[in-house]
Design a protein around this ligand. Structure first.
Ligand code: GRF
Length: 210
């Protein structure tokens, strides 16, 4: 069977990108990472991806800091299409996705968020959760829609907040959960096992045999 072709959009450190690339390099994984795109020339993710044998390029993000203007987003879509990308995975991509990219990859863009959505959307979610005093936070993989951190939820993993946690120690355990559930969500996606029913994502059973 043809493997699904994945692109990762990332702005920084790239630990989720590395987890996804390594998972996809395992035998029997139903998808391959064909491209990493960054809006940040100096993002460590670029070299990390290259060292794992994945093409990684910086693309001009244009004049705005928090999103790509339509003409720029159009250029990003062209690059994704040139690489025959099926799915786009946001992994620490520090920009809101707008209409041009959303329309081009409708229902085919995923994001990872370091909290149990819908709690603690936006930046610094691990610290938000710690400051609020929740007993559990965690990680969420979700489809991307036109609002921030709001699309249908695919997988979540809870992480217990310990009394002696700092925002940093909590974030480190949440990151481990992220590295487990993001590849798993992508595997389900590439196997065609996710069905979106309104806000709910149903996970279909694995088909065995021919
Ligand atoms: C992760 O915590 C992710 O949930 C959030 O941004 C961070 C990116 O980390 N969206 P990394 O670049 O994948 O290491």
């Amino acid at each position: 069977m043809r493997k699904a072709r994945l692109a990762i959009l990332a702005s920084g450190r790239g630990s989720n990108a590395v987890a996804l690339i390594k998972a996809a390099q395992q035998e029997n994984f139903p998808a391959e990472v064909v491209l990493v795109l960054s809006d940040n020339r100096n993002a460590p993710v670029l070299d990390k991806a290259r060292s794992l044998g994945v093409k990684a390029i910086w693309l001009d993000p244009g004049p705005k800091c928090t999103f790509l203007i339509p003409e720029v987003e159009k250029r990003w879509v062209e690059v994704l299409r040139e690489h025959n990308v099926d799915y786009v995975l946001l992994a620490g991509f520090m920009r809101v996705i707008k209409k041009t990219l959303l329309d081009a990859f409708a229902g085919r863009i995923l994001n990872i968020h370091p909290a149990l959505l819908p709690s603690f959307k936006g930046l610094d979610a691990q610290r938000q959760a710690w400051e609020y005093g929740v007993k559990y936070s965690g990680a969420t993989v979700h489809f991307v829609d036109d609002s921030l951190d709001s699309g249908p939820i695919i997988l979540q993993e809870p992480v217990k907040v310990e009394d002696d946690d700092t925002p940093e120690s909590l974030a480190a355990r949440i990151l481990e959960a992220e590295h487990r559930i993001y590849p798993e969500a992508v595997r389900l996606l590439a196997q065609g096992r996710l069905r979106i029913e309104r806000r709910r994502v149903r996970i279909l059973k694995e088909k065995h045999g021919g």
